[in-house]
Design a protein around this ligand. Structure first.
Ligand SMILES: NC(=O)c1ccc[n+]([C@@H]2O[C@H](COP(=O)([O-])OP(=O)(O)OC[C@H]3O[C@@H](n4cnc5c(N)ncnc54)[C@H](O)[C@@H]3O)[C@@H](O)[C@H]2O)c1
Length: 407
C-alpha cells in the first residue's frame, strides 16, 4: 500500500514520518520546492521533540519527498485552512487546489483523507463536487474521509502515538480502511463516524478550549479591577471538586485555537454567541498587556519604549511556531498606535522576523530595564537568575524566585 501525504508542514510531516516508520510506503508531497529540497537533503524544516529520530527511522524505511503528487492508494491532505478575516468562514482554497492536483493522478478505489481542520460541511461543499466529477468522468469510485488532527506542537510525536482519533467516512468499510492505517502507529481509541460529525467534532474541541481560556482571561480583568490576585482565586476555585479553571495568559495564538472557532461564528452567526465572545476576549489580551506595560513604565519612571524588552515571539512555550502569536498581535497593535522601539528576543526563533529583534539573550538584557514575559520557554525559567536587576512583567506566571508584576 502507498500513502501520499500532501502538505509537509507541522501536521503533514510528522504524520508522514510516523506512517513510514510504521511500515507503510510513503511519499510526502509539498508544493514548496525549497521545503522538499531540505527534506530530501535530510534537513528538518522545524524543531520538535523526538522528530529527528523519527526522521532518521522514516528515511531508513524509504520515505520519499517530492513536489509531485503520485498515484497512491490513500492520500492524506494536511494543507492550511485559514479563515476569512471579514466573513470568518473557512478559506478552502489550499484544500481545493490540493484535491484538484490529487484527482489528476489518483486511481480507482483510492481514498482522499482530509486531515486539515475544516468547518462542518466543507467536504460536501468544496471537495465532494471535484471528486464526484472525476468519478463520473472516469467511472471511478474515489472515496472521501476526514481524519482531523489533534496534536499540539511541542508534544506532537507523543500525541500522534497516544491521542484518541476520529475518522469520518461515507461508509464503515472506508472508515475501517483508513482506521487500519492510523492504527499502525496510534495506540489511542479510534472513533468511526460520518464526515460532517468528524468535521464538527474537531472545531467544537478547539472552540471549547478557546472559551475556557477566555474565562480565565476575563477573570484577570475582573480581579485586576477588584485588586485581587487572580492566581490565588484560580488556585482556590480549582480546589472545588468540579472546577478546573485554566491558566490565563497574554492572548491565544497558533494555527488552531485562534482560528477554528471563527468557522462556527462565520457559519452560524447569531447562534455562536459564547464562542464569539471568547474570541473577542482572547483577542483583546495583547492590548490589555500593552495597557499594563504602560502603567508599569509610568510607575517606574521608564519613558522610552526602547528600554522595554519582550521575551517570546512564538505562540506557545518551547516551540518555534510564531503563527498568530500574542507577541505578533501585540506588536501589530503597537504599530497601529505608532509606538516603535520595543525590543524582542526569542531563543526558538532563529531568523529576524520583527524590528529590534535580538539574537543574543545577554545583549538583549543589557539594553532593557523592563522585561515582559510573553512566552514561558524553559530557557527563561532556567535563566531566571539573569533577571535579578530587571523589572519583570510575567504574563505567563512562570517565574518563581523573583518578585514580578503579573497580568
Ligand atoms: N499546527 C497545528 O498545531 C495543528 C494542529 C491540528 C490541526 N492542524 C490543522 O492542520 C492543517 C495543516 O496545518 P499545519 O500547521 O501543518 O500547516 P503548515 O502551514 O505548517 O503546513 C502546510 C503545508 O502545506 C503545503 N501546501 C499548501 N498547499 C499545498 C498543495 N496544494 N500541495 C502541496 N502542499 C501544499 C505548504 O507548503 C505547507 O508546507 C490545518 O488545517 C490546521 O488547522 C494544525
Amino acid at each position: 500500500m502507498l500513502v501520499n501525504v500532501v502538505g509537509l508542514g507541522y501536521i503533514g510531516l510528522p504524520t508522514a514520518l510516523m506512517m513510514a516508520d510504521s511500515g507503510i510506503q510513503v511519499v510526502g508531497t509539498d508544493k514548496d520546492a525549497e521545503r522538499v529540497k531540505m527534506l530530501q537533503n535530510s534537513q528538518l524544516v522545524f524543531e520538535e521533540e523526538g522528530i529527528s529520530e523519527l526522521f532518521f527511522n522514516a528515511a531508513e524505511k524509504g520515505i520519499i519527498f517530492s513536489t509531485d503528487y503520485v498515484a497512491a492508494d490513500i492520500y492524506i491532505l494536511a494543507v492550511p485552512t485559514p479563515f476569512n478575516k471579514r466573513s470568518k468562514k473557512v478559506v478552502a482554497d489550499y484544500l481545493v487546489n490540493a484535491v484538484e492536483a490529487v484527482v489528476k493522478v489518483c486511481g480507482d478505489n483510492s481514498v482522499i483523507v482530509i486531515e486539515s481542520t475544516i468547518s462542518p460541511g466543507t467536504i460536501d461543499k468544496f471537495v465532494r463536487p471535484i471528486v464526484d466529477c472525476i468519478n463520473r468522468q472516469k467511472g471511478y469510485q474515489i472515496e472521501l474521509a476526514h481524519a482531523p488532527e489533534r496534536i499540539i506542537p511541542g508534544r506532537m510525536i507523543e500525541e500522534l502515538r497516544n491521542n484518541n482519533r476520529t475518522i469520518g467516512a461515507d461508509s464503515v468499510e472506508v472508515a475501517e480502511r483508513i482506521k487500519s492505517i492510523y492504527a499502525g502507529f496510534c495506540h489511542g481509541q479510534i472513533v468511526l463516524t460520518d464526515i460532517k460529525t468528524a468535521e464538527m467534532s474537531k472545531v467544537v474541541e478547539n472552540a471549547y478550549r478557546d472559551v475556557n481560556i477566555a474565562y480565565a482571561n476575563e477573570l484577570v480583568k475582573i480581579c485586576k479591577e477588584a485588586c485581587i490576585d487572580v492566581y490565588e482565586i484560580i488556585k482556590i476555585a480549582n480546589m472545588h471538586p468540579r472546577v478546573n479553571i485554566l491558566k490565563p495568559g497574554p492572548g491565544v495564538g497558533g494555527h488552531c485555537i485562534s482560528v477554528d472557532p471563527w468557522f462556527l461564528v462565520g457559519d452560524y452567526p447569531g447562534l455562536s454567541n459564547i464562542i464569539l465572545a471568547a474570541r473577542k476576549i482572547n483577542d483583546s489580551m495583547p492590548e490589555y498587556v500593552l495597557d499594563r506595560i504602560s502603567v508599569i513604565m509610568e510607575e517606574n519612571g521608564i519613558t522610552e519604549l526602547g528600554r522595554v524588552g519582550i521575551y517570546g515571539l512564538t505562540y506557545k512555550e518551547n516551540v518555534d511556531d510564531v503563527r498568530e502569536s500574542p507577541t505578533l498581535q501585540l506588536l501589530n497593535c503597537m504599530r497601529k498606535h505608532l509606538a516603535w522601539g520595543i525590543k524582542v528576543y526569542d531563543p526558538y526563533v532563529k531568523n529576524i522576523i520583527v524590528k529590534n529583534q535580538y539574537m543574543d539573550f545577554e545583549s538583549f538584557l543589557s539594553e532593557i530595564d523592563l522585561l515582559v514575559v510573553m512566552v514561558g520557554h524553559k530557557h527563561l525559567v532556567n535563566n531566571e537568575s539573569m533577571l535579578k536587576d530587571k523589572l519583570v512583567f510575567d504574563t505567563k506566571n512562570v517565574l518563581t524566585e523573583l518578585d514580578t508584576y503579573k497580568l
